[in-house]
Design a protein around this ligand. Structure first.
Ligand code: G4P
Length: 530
């Protein structure tokens, strides 16, 4: 195996997803603690200020105190080189959050044990399912009163439609939390506070078979555990690596990120069960990082105006195969020319750092003079290929855009198009009229403010946004459908994208079903093609 292939094989690139406040930041911080990337937990997030230090690139972020962008954290643990793709958890998140999942090989879903599956998790989860990537569940905050464990698993299975397989099992929760039982080793890891998780605690492991656990848990808890183990062994899905790899079975772990309990156990199991960089589909078939020696990557995110004075952009790409060295030239397939990848950066916890080399599985940010678009492929392979595009995710908020000063039409069109190209917003038109009427769709409402702010500040154009009541958008998959004869519901609106492809907007979700019933053969999709 070549040095490059060895480097790629030891990489683990995953996204961490959760509903806000479930404990994603805390868990990430603890991972870094084990990886030795930080000395003391708390360095990633020092409350309000440091928490969003990575991305204070726009006033609006600072004003609202939230992070619109996501970052990548890299650290070493147990011989693995780990890339965590952090996704912003605020409810005003953007399409970027979804796109980040396109760059990951697996996902870790953090769930608050007292709340179960929440709305945000559901949406992000759908994208993971679409990609068939392995999904791991960490049920957090077991040191607080949690829902019944069986109910929690039921909730995941019902809400997300995925089978679960508990790898360990909690013994009590809240004040009665005593630890977790490892189903494979048949040992109980006893919970001990690690000074709020600032240290890596000594974990005491006791077998349930040898008698060493007798009298330790208390009679009631022990009986309950024995009963639950019996129930579990009889009823729960068995661990099956193949199903895990296909994203059909989610291994579930319990713990408490804050007190650092169950985190290292989770990390170890997870690294064993997850995958090294996966092959990606291209127009020339699957490109496997283990056999493709040449560099290749695709752009999944563009971040604009990190420095307002220069109007610069950073294109984030996921390296799919081969190795990258700073300053190397690569062929940009969509642009049809060789480009030098300059100022390569990696986004770290609290800073951006220049890098010299990177390998398949890694994420790098490259200075973009305005030539890259989301989904673009870069490769040094002689036989050039294009990676499968990144889908367009369904916006959930829509507004009509009115331009205040009609004299500035040109700037307006340029600005709105550029912002759309970066993927922060999607633009549509009325179905029957032209460009005069623009409808903007966004995934999180904050993007409306971002759009207004950026048009004013960067393009000197003032706009008025008139909110529209639609919440659901569907792409029409079968293009031969005659739009004029389409029979919809009264709350349906026909629009088109900039490539004249028809789409439908709905106020109510049930109208989608009705429209499908009324139009034989109509196929609607929640994901569009870019
Ligand atoms: P997020 O990134 O998913 O939004 O969540 P984050 O880690 O910021 O955690 C949200 C809150 O939950 C934090 O409290 C955090 O300390 C707490 N938390 C995380 N994991 C656990 C856990 O295992 N047990 C308990 N009991 N709490 C947990 P906060 O008060 O909002 O912030 P802070 O004052 O702790 O910084």
């Amino acid at each position: 195996m070549s040095e490059i292939t060895k480097e790629i094989e030891r990489r683990r690139t995953f996204a961490i997803i959760s509903h806000p406040d479930a404990g994603k930041t805390t868990l990430t911080e603890k991972f870094l603690l084990y990886g030795g990337a930080i000395n003391q937990a708390g360095s990633v997030k020092g409350k309000a200020t440091a928490r969003h230090a990575v991305s204070d690139w726009m006033e609006i972020e600072k004003e609202r105190g939230i992070s619109v962008t996501s970052s990548v954290l890299q650290f070493e643990y147990g011989g693995f080189c780990i890339n965590i793709l952090d996704t912003p958890g605020h409810q005003d998140f953007s399409e970027d959050t979804y796109r980040t999942l396109m760059a990951a090989d697996s996902a870790v879903m953090v769930i608050d044990g007292s709340k179960g599956v929440e709305a945000q998790t559901r949406k992000l989860f759908k994208v993971c399912v679409m990609r068939h990537i392995p999904i791991f569940t960490f049920i957090n905050k077991m040191d607080r009163d949690a829902m019944d464990t069986f109910e929690l698993l039921d909730d995941i299975e019902k809400e997300l439609g995925i089978a679960t397989c508990p790898v360990n099992w909690p013994i009590g929760s809240g004040k009665a939390f005593q630890g977790v039982y490892d189903r494979n080793s048949r040992e109980v890891e006893l919970f001990s506070d690690t000074q709020k998780g600032t240290r890596m605690g000594e974990v005491q492991k006791l077998s349930i078979d040898t008698g060493e656990l007798d009298g330790i848990l208390g009679e009631e808890a022990r009986t309950k555990l024995d009963e639950e183990i019996e129930l579990l062994d009889g009823a729960a899905a068995e661990f099956d690596q193949e199903l895990v790899s296909k994203g059909e079975l989610s291994p579930v772990f319990f713990g408490s990120a804050l007190t650092n309990f169950g985190v290292e156990t989770f990390l170890r199991h997870f690294l064993d069960m997850t995958t090294s960089p996966l092959p990606r589909m291209s127009d020339k078939g699957e490109i496997d990082p283990m056999t493709e020696p040449d560099f290749s990557a695709f752009v999944f995110k563009i971040q604009a105006n990190m420095n307002k004075a220069h109007r610069d952009r950073i294109a984030f790409m996921r390296i799919c195969s081969g190795a990258f060295t700073a300053g190397m030239s690569v062929y940009h397939v969509q642009g049809g020319k060789e480009v030098r990848l300059s100022q390569p950066q990696q986004m770290m916890a609290s800073e951006r750092k220049m890098i010299d080399s990177a390998y398949g599985g890694d994420i790098i940010g490259i200075f973009d003079p305005g030539i890259f678009s989301i989904g673009d492929t870069l490769t040094n392979a002689k036989d050039r290929y294009v990676y499968e595009g990144i889908p367009t995710f369904a916006p959930e908020h829509f507004a009509r855009v009115r331009q205040m000063d009609t004299m500035k039409r040109k700037q307006f069109v340029k600005g709105i198009n550029q912002i759309a190209q970066e993927g922060a917003i999607q633009i549509f038109q009325e179905y029957n009229t032209g460009m005069e009427e623009i409808i903007v769709g966004v995934v999180g409402v904050l993007q409306f403010d971002v759009l207004k702010y950026r048009l004013e500040n960067e393009y000197n154009v003032e706009i008025l946004l008139e909110n529209l009541p639609y919440e659901h958008i569907r792409w029409i998959e079968n293009e031969e459908i005659d739009m004029d004869r389409l029979s919809g519901t009264s709350d349906m609106k026909k629009i088109k994208d900039l490539k004249d492809r028809p789409l439908l907007l709905f106020i109510h979700e049930w109208s989608i079903r009705m429209t499908l019933e009324r139009n034989d053969g109509l196929r609607l999709s929640e994901f569009g093609r870019s």
